[in-house]
Ligand binder design. Sequence first.
Ligand code: ADP
Length: 447
Amino acid sequence: MIKKLLIANRGEIALRIVRACKQLGIQTVGIYSTADDNLMHLRFVDESICIGKPNASQSYLNIDTILTAAEISGADAIHPGYGFLSENAEFAERVEEAGLTFVGPAPEHIRLMGNKISAINAMKKAGVPTVPGSVGSVTLANAEEQAKAIGFPLLIKAAAGGGGRGMRVVERLEQLLSQVQAAKQEAELWFGDDSVYMERFLKNPRHVEVQVLGDGEGNAIHLFDRDCSLQRRHQKVLEEAPAPEIPEDIKEPILQACVRACEQINYRGAGTFEFLYEDEQFFFIEMNTRVQVEHPVTEMITGIDVVVEQLKIASGYGLSYRQNEIEIRGHAIECRINAEDPVTFMPSPGTVTHFFMPNGSGVRFDSHLYPNYAIPTFYDSLIGKLICHGQTREQAIAKLRHALDELIITGIKTNVPLHRDVILQDKAFCKQAQNIHYLEKNLLSQP
Ligand code: ADP
């Protein structure tokens, strides 16, 4: 088993990883920037090291400094969490070159999936259905021909893209070339790689994804699926598991295909296959090679601790479960709690004055907040995740409504009112799952 783990992250996920380590008797090393010496998880780690200035490029994204911190502390493994360096193949490689264990997939698989064009090609080979789209990368020279084959409207996406950024919808052929050019410039600027590709723009799909675990030796299992269709600007706001109202005979082959794809490439660790689901068809869009923000909903319905499994797999223990031992129990929903204005969505960092954490059976609040905690301005606005589990979706919704009433966070603005007063009061959403445009089109007032 890993003896001492460096947690190369901050916020709620750093605390989440500490909790898993405590269960397994793994010692922990926390790292933090100069803006972050007040982080909750630093109180529980065995040692902590300041790694640099607030700007992430000078701290949480600085590979050299993080590796030095690992060396100084004598850590034998690094968990990257999500965001920051979690899907950086070079980081994974450097960790391994330094003789340490990277808690995640092999660098080649991070690289394969990090480029969405190569990811889509790999999935096609493995027999996973993909969105009808361009073949290879799109250039100004081949864009028209490719677009005609796909049809309009279509979506231009950055091969190296992430975080919902750099996508452009093209309605008509006349707009195509200028949009491809703009998309390439944007992609170069944001991701340092100007390759773009195109997909049919699906009108009303849901976002449905599959959680997998692989042992790196050709064995893999799935932990069923999640629905993450409630999004704003392609960013998830609320997630649930299992994805409601999908016929078994349509879902099961997709779950199997994801497992097979992992087994074929000897995938190691946790991963997520993301799909769009429309008219009872699944279309692969990308694979995330890390633990995701929304992993707790899967944990609540399966009883399996995804981070513990990541650590066990990285330690060489393989998979703790066989597929036929994993069952879905009930339904779980997660609300992402952000420090932001619930109407304008402007970030709202600042000091939390009062804080009360909701509680009760089937209620989980993954968060690093505490009274008088000062949220720095430099990082993501996610400050917590409220997850409720019930025997049915209705029960999970009822618990969430009440848990959101119990939750008190003052001193800053949060999106709690959006969850409590808008989403969880919406009759259509409470009745059944909605598509990826529903939140923006029907529940938010501004474009
Ligand atoms: P990112 O890596 O930036 O998150 P994704 O490929 O995962 O990008 O897409 C993010 C979101 O954008 C999806 O969840 C979905 O809402 C929307 N989206 C992506 N591809 C399509 C498509 N072909 N048609 C319609 N919507 C799409």
